[in-house]
Ligand binder design. Structure first.
Ligand code: SF4
Length: 260
């Protein structure tokens, strides 16, 4: 198994641990990865190893490809549970993200009204009014918040923008007034160069829980490494550790799922 660069703009459907039968929408080019994070656990690999040479798919291209795929699935009697914006990077960085969301809602309503629309985002553009508004329209606005420890973020999520400020991100997620799902990666061990990246200890979990409580999201999804990671020495959090964290979120009155 190795890291994966997804086809663009449509891939799948795939079976997702968290989302069911998921048709993927990848707004990045098919020849690499573009992200405002450079996570050491990214299933697409490190940014430096996957520079793109082609442009983003246009809004029109995405709509055409999505409509063709939804028609094809309908003839095969396949009904996606979810249309998921994910793939080779940060979907909200697409120059016409808001327009793509409007098209996707229209096509979903026409071809598979039962399907939910999910966006997996690293939260770095949610302060932009157009992005905020677009994410407010989708069923599952899934926003990454791996920790609130700035040092850990710089070691693990590695934002490419020097201005990244986790406190601003927390305030921005809060501004969705509960219409957000927080997604958090827990893992253990060390990087290949010996940096400890275990965020399952109390010094990480307690402040993160305090932030979750303050944000009051609709739901929390916690998970651990499932696929090949570009840094090969990372380790999974255990079932027991994830279950214990999940139970503490649930005790706050917030639904939480753990994926192993
Ligand atoms: S935010 Fe997602 S796509 Fe971007 S580097 Fe991290 S895991 Fe990869």
């Amino acid at each position: 198994m190795s890291t994966i660069i997804y086809p663009s703009p449509i891939f799948g459907p795939v079976h997702s641990r968290r989302l069911g039968i998921s048709l993927g929408i990848n707004l990045m080019p098919a020849d690499g990865k573009i992200c405002t994070f450079d996570c050491i656990y990214c299933e697409c690999g490190f940014n430096k190893d996957h520079r793109t040479k082609t442009p983003h798919p246009t809004r029109e291209h995405v709509a055409k490809a999505l409509e063709a795929k939804l028609k094809e699935l309908k003839t095969q009697d396949i009904h996606p549970d979810v249309l998921t914006f994910a793939g080779n990077g940060e979907p909200t960085s697409h120059p016409d993200f808001a327009g793509v969301i409007d098209d996707t809602i229209r096509l979903r309503n026409e071809y598979c009204p039962q399907a939910k629309i999910s966006v997996l985002s690293n939260s770095t553009f949610i302060h932009r009014p157009k992005i905020h508004e677009a994410l407010s329209k989708v069923d599952n606005n899934i926003l990454k918040l791996d920790t609130i420890n700035a040092d850990y973020i710089n070691k693990v999520d590695r934002p490419t923008q020097p201005s990244y400020d986790v406190n601003r991100i927390i305030a921005d997620i809060k501004s969705f007034n509960g219409q957000a799902i927080i997604q958090t990666m827990f893992m253990k061990g060390e990087t290949e160069d010996g940096t400890n990246i275990d965020n399952t200890g109390e010094e990480f979990v307690k402040p993160w829980l305090d932030a979750v409580k303050e944000i009051a999201p609709r739901e929390v999804m916690i998970y651990t490494i499932d696929r090949e990671t570009p840094d090969h020495s990372l380790q999974k959090a255990t079932h027991e550790e994830l279950d214990a964290i999940r139970d503490r979120v649930v005790a706050l009155g917030i639904p939480c799922t753990a994926s192993y």
